[in-house]
Design a protein around this ligand. Structure first.
Ligand code: SAH
Length: 348
């Protein structure tokens, strides 16, 4: 086989404009670009042979010049509670994980945005992995398409929600995540409502503002865990670069632009953030922007510092937040028996 210079390029890394240039270069009509683009992004096709409105000749040309590298499920595990964890293999052999979380009324896909993570949250298993690379737009969209299929097969309904709470920090792979959201929400194709998509971030103020300006209409969650600067810096050391006042300023900007309230994700740990002053700090923080609190159960990754619970403190959090008029939801963890719960991805 003769390899040509484009051979390794995934056609899905090309924008519609770049694809149009390509067709012009090989002497084809520009509208061919739109046809191919639709096959790739609206019909999620993974082979040139199936692009039936192209001539055989043209299909052969494409096969010669490009590849399509869909992700594949390397290992699928099912939890007792119905949660499905996919070990997803990328074309270069690297692995990420994505999770399907079913409830009575909805199916949520928890999607990865990076291979590994460059942040260093001490309570998170993914942080122990080196960040290898950002996921491509297509690799993000593929994870969603796979879970949509699984949802139909195992639960008889399409995917209803997406959370960017898998491996990686979505705002550190901003361009590809934003583009993937556009692709996932376009009417042809998956056609998901952006209001059912949540981007979860550890808090990078500049990128939060950029996302607000992008006007994607998605929801925003911030992994807060402590509203006291030095405590947050201790458990999320990277956050030293991003003071809480700057984060708050970016959240207020987000709200002004999008009118969409922010969800704060928060674990309660014994001797870390279980004192009255911690609750007071959280209430003060919440009051500065329309928001609610998700109290998430900590899923052990074997770090003893975080392994002690304080259920009484958690109850106090709920009571005090409610008394302060702040919505608080206690989120039960799912898929813990297969290490599919928050923060456990890549645990094994
Ligand atoms: N980087 C993004 C998204 C990935 S983490 C972010 O930080 O938001 C998704 C959520 O899981 C975050 O709220 C994170 O704080 C939380 N999390 C991480 N490790 C956890 C653990 N061991 N138990 C419970 N939640 C955890």
């Amino acid at each position: 086989m003769i390899l040509n210079t484009y051979k390794m390029q995934d056609i899905r890394t090309l924008s519609l404009n770049q694809l149009t240039d390509y067709f012009e270069k090989i002497g084809e009509k520009p509208f061919r670009a739109k046809q191919v683009y639709d096959w790739l992004w609206s019909k999620n096709l993974h082979s040139f042979e199936e692009m039936t409105n192209l001539s055989k000749n043209l299909r052969e040309h494409l096969v010669k010049d490009f590849v399509i590298n869909p992700v594949s499920v390397d290992l699928m595990q099912k939890s007792k509670d119905g949660t499905i964890k996919n070990g997803v293999k990328l074309h270069d052999g690297l692995l990420v994980e994505s999770v399907l979380i079913p409830t009575e009324t909805r199916t949520t896909a928890c999607i990865s945005s990076q291979v590994g993570c460059s942040l260093n949250c001490e309570f998170c298993a993914t942080a122990k992995l080196k960040r290898m690379r950002n996921l491509e737009t297509a690799e993000i969209v593929d994870q969603v398409a796979i879970i949509d299929e699984q949802s139909k097969i195992y639960f008889g309904r399409p995917l209803s929600n997406i959370v960017f709470m898998g491996m990686g920090e979505p705002l550190m792979n901003y361009k590809n995540v934003a583009e993937a959201i556009r692709k996932i929400t376009q009417t042809e194709g998956l056609g998901m409502s952006p209001r059912r998509i949540t981007v979860s971030t550890s808090g990078i103020p500049k990128m939060i503002k950029m996302l607000a300006d992008e006007n994607l209409k998605v929801k925003l969650a911030l992994s807060l865990h402590s509203a006291t600067e030095h405590k947050r810096n201790e458990i999320m050391p990277f956050s030293e670069k991003f003071p809480l006042t700057e984060i708050m300023e970016s959240l207020q900007y987000w709200y002004r632009k999008t009118r969409s309230p922010i969800t704060f994700e928060y674990c309660v740990w014994k001797n870390i953030n279980d004192k009255d002053e911690d609750i007071k700090a959280l209430i003060k923080f919440c009051r500065q922007v329309p928001s609610k609190v998700n109290l998430i159960q900590y899923n052990s990754i074997g770090e003893s510092k975080f392994d002690q619970k304080n259920p009484a403190a958690e109850e106090r959090y709920v009571r005090e937040l409610e008394n302060a008029g702040i919505t608080v939801v206690v989120r039960r963890s799912r898929g813990g028996d297969i290490d599919a719960a928050c923060g456990q991805l890549a645990n094994k």
